[in-house]
Design a protein around this ligand. Sequence first.
Ligand code: ATP
Ligand code: MG
Length: 482
Amino acid sequence: MRKDVFDKLMRLPVGYFDRNPAGDIISRVSYDIDVVSTCMSTDIVQILTSLVTVAGSFAMMLYISPILAGIVVITIPVAIIYTSKMRTITQPRFVNRSKRYGIMNGFVEEMFSGQKTIMAYAYENQVAEKFGQINQKAADAYYDADYYGVSIGPTVGSINNLGLCLIAVFGSFFYMMGRISLGQISSFVLYSRKFSGPINEAANIMNELYSALAAAERVFTLLDEAEELADCEGAKELSSAEGNVALQNVYFGYEKGKTIIHNLNLTADAGKLIAIVGPTGAGKTTIINLLMRFYDVDAGRILVEGEDIRNYTRKSLRGAYAMVLQDTWVFKGTIFDNIAYGKEGATMEEVVEAAKAAHIHSFIMRLPQGYKTVISEDGGNISKGQKQLLTIARAMLYDARMLILDEATSNVDTGTERKIQKAMRELMKDKTCFVIAHRLSTIQNADHILVIDHGDVVEQGNHESLMRQKGFYYKLYAAQFE
Ligand SMILES: Nc1ncnc2c1ncn2[C@@H]1O[C@H](COP(=O)(O)OP(=O)(O)OP(=O)(O)O)[C@@H](O)[C@H]1O
Ligand SMILES: [Mg+2]
């Protein structure tokens, strides 16, 4: 089930992860599946063995005295009606309990990732208090669910004991009428105990079953999430992209009714360096999301090699780009593995070459274990700039015709940035590059500069022509250099 959920997560669109907190997803994968698994491995087995005992003893009861057996049996519907009634009461409470766990996990995850900020703002007490509240709600939800859950067992037990009373009453009656012997009554009572024992036990674990059902519901909701739409019928493989990209009348918004990109037009010919600049929140990263088809355009179209990108398979389209994102991602593993991530079966020479071009080689060589040094989770033991350089080396190794750099060198000093750019130019000679940069000094030699503001292209051209216009770009530039 975990594997299924994980595979599913790999097929979900980027938007799902933008909307759902990581902690809640993790809670479904760990806590909820644990609950289901405990239920499957102990409770279900117990119920199956119980069923055998119940059936056997009932057969014996029927054999001894069908009438008394009939009397015992009438108590069963009562128990069934009661437990199914309880289900409607407890089930939503167990769902709530799982949800509360998800919220709590989400909070813990968020707090750990922001731990330094919390310390810097001296928010420890508030955070602890907030956690106290969230935890209390989770605990209350737990209590609430169990309060009703655990009462099922004893109640069903009472109903069964009622059955025993009936046997005693009717048994003695039949004995006086001479229709049954004392021996038969006593063995009947023994079998009826055997009969109701497992039913009691089953009722006792009923609340575990309900909690497992609630957990399973959360897991199945995740499994039922809409996946990334399948590639269109007869989708082509984009195998040999030259690097011609065009956006035509593109409109896009993350939410309905809130358009972020308005009528964007852009042509990037093979081998050209396209720079996208603009203030924070202008929509630069959004354009990259569209190019990679992490999201689909609302209107207009994006062409690669003259063909709408929706006619290509997503995999091959994404494979045609190498990209370095604004938020770098490294994983726990050696530096070699982290760089070689982009290319299957990369050799040491290739990795070293890429690292040299990204100007991270000498740093790596200074580490005691060189390329075999293990980077901790999320790169805790290397600097932000070094992390960026690693991801750049990774992209350099990945041989694609189109390259996307979203603020790829924002954490690197200007000197190193210049050197990397020189190396990149070399490497990207005939590749199409999309470069997003806040430092305008880095994109002056771009073939085409797109100036974005509020999702609109307000100006475009090369550096000289834009400077001559003395418009938005000029102001941005002046603000940085004056
Ligand atoms: N997943 C999302 N869901 C909803 N709105 C989003 C999402 N991502 C971004 N936005 C909104 O879209 C707008 C453009 O965001 P975008 O990330 O493209 O900006 P940007 O130009 O890359 O900014 P920056 O220079 O800070 O990286 C912003 O107003 C932002 O609030
Ligand atoms: Mg951005």
